[in-house]
Structures are given as C-alpha cells and as structure tokens.
Design a protein. Structure first.
Length: 280
C-alpha cells in the first residue's frame, strides 16, 4: 500500500509540475508575442535600420471620464523613444537635456487625433520650443470585442535633434496596442451609487502599462469646474448617502467627512471631491 501511495504521489507531483511548466511557457509565449506586436522601427540617416520591442512598462496611459463607471483613453506616451542628448552635446559635456525622450499619442472622444515628439526643451536663454515633426497614423481594431485597439504610425518628417542610441533618425514607424475604455468592476461602486454621487464624476486617472483601474483602493470623483454650486451639490450627495444607509463616523464639519454603511463600505467626502473605497 505504501508503494502504491508513493507512486500515486509521484504521479500527482509530476502532473502538477508539468502543468506549472505549461502555464509558465504559455505566459512567456503570450508576453513575447505581445512584445512583438508592440514595436518602434527606426531608420537612421546612415541607412541602417533597427526594430525595438516596446515593453508595456515604458507606456503611461491617461484616461478621462466616459460615463458613470468607465473611462476612455485620453492620451498615452512611450518613454525612451528618443535620446535626450545628441552626441555633440555629450562631447561638449552638456548637462541639460535638449529634447524630450517621449513619443506621445493624443485622442479626442476616444479616437486618435495626433502623434507627437520629440520636443526640443527650451533653454534658460529664452529659446522657444521648436516643433519640427509630422506623423501619419492608422487605427487597427486588434480585438474590438474586448476593447483592445492598436495604432500604427509613421513619420513624415523629424527634426535634426531626433536621435536614438546616439544615431540620428531619418524616420520612425511602429505599432502600439491600448484599451480604448477602462471599466470599474466593483460590488461597492455600482451604477446606483454613481447616480447618487451626481454631479460629481470620475476623475481622470493615469496608469502605467502594467497597472489597471482594479489596482486602486479608492476611486476619485470630482466636481464640474464649470459649476459654482459645489456646496449645494455636496449637501445633495450627503443626503443621498444617508438615504442609502450611510452614516457619518467622523467629526462633524471636519473634512474629510467619513460615511460608512452596515457592510463597512467607506466614502470620504472632501470639500471639492469624493473618494469611494473599493477595496482594502
């Protein structure tokens, strides 16, 4: 019996280890495939070419309010696409950066509107920023059902200070994926609560390529800057919270006002914004 048990145990451990290796292999494959689909192609003045895979950790996304519980893409930028110093500046021991290293993508109502970079950084001598680039771009629906989009871009012209790895760039192109929308998935923050926080609405958020809305402990709601009825709106929201079963658990009249319900859900009311706790 002992031998049979040992054999069964060994088989079980073998299968578990095998499944672990399969999962790790699939993860590595998917990660590598994703890297291959996100890239920047460089063509240099000297005629050489280079393709650079873009790690998601190099991308910073900004999302703005879309509706009650969702955001839409506003812009994103990729770090270290361009050198901040030209070889001549390094040779002259220049300490200040002469241009930004970012390639930026702007959106209007969730649709791509502009690709830009690099910018020359004005010096303390009062030089103005020079904008000498021009790009074309095309939108691809990579996985429209899941809201995953991709944008292909290509440069028409680049400034003489556009360098990468010490080499002057004649043109660049590439393809980057992104989520058009980000949705809050929380049992605490639902449509009913969002409606009762109106006219406060979701504040813009900034995410790196490896982070997500679900990582946040609190979700921030802000008041429309176009309105001057902040105090009235705040009182309305507080009355709505009381009607929903929330009670004040902090000192009255001292911001932030902490409201909690019987389930322990927490909402912080500040003078100009509201924070909803969605997880510990």
């Amino acid at each position: 019996m002992t031998c049979k048990f040992c054999v069964i145990l060994k088989i079980d451990l073998f299968m578990k280890n095998r499944m672990t290796y399969i999962i790790l292999f699939l993860f590595a494959f998917i990660f590598q495939l994703n890297a291959q689909l996100q890239y920047v192609d460089y063509e240099y003045v000297d005629g050489t070419k280079e393709r650079e895979a873009i790690d998601m950790r190099r991308i910073t996304f900004q999302y703005c309010y879309n509706d009650r519980l969702s955001y839409r893409i506003k812009n994103f930028s990729i770090d270290n696409v361009f050198d901040t110093l030209r070889p001549v500046d390094i040779a002259q021991n220049a300490l200040r950066a002469i241009c930004s290293d970012k390639l930026s993508f702007s959106f209007k109502d969730g649709e791509p509107s502009e690709v830009s970079g690099p910018y020359e950084i004005p010096s303390s001598m009062g030089n103005t920023m020079r904008i000498l680039f021009s790009y074309g771009f095309k939108l691809d629906k990579k996985d429209a059902d899941n809201g995953i989009m991709a944008i292909s871009f290509y440069s028409y012209s680049l400034p003489d200070f556009a360098y990468h790895n010490g080499k002057q760039i004649s043109s660049i192109s590439g393809r980057i994926s992104y989520f058009k929308f980000k949705t809050i998935k929380s049992t605490i923050l639902n449509d009913d609560l969002a409606e009762n926080l109106n006219p406060f609405y979701l504040a813009s958020i900034t995410l790196t390529g490896t982070s997500d809305v679900s990582d946040a402990s609190y979700i921030k709601f802000v008041f429309p800057s176009s309105s001057n009825e902040l105090a009235v709106a705040r009182v309305t929201v507080i009355n709505n919270l009381k009607r929903m079963g929330y009670t004040l658990t902090s000192q009255k009249g001292v911001f932030p006002l902490t409201y909690q319900n019987q389930e322990g859900n927490t909402i912080l009311v500040y003078e100009t914004n509201i924070m909803v706790k969605v997880k510990d």
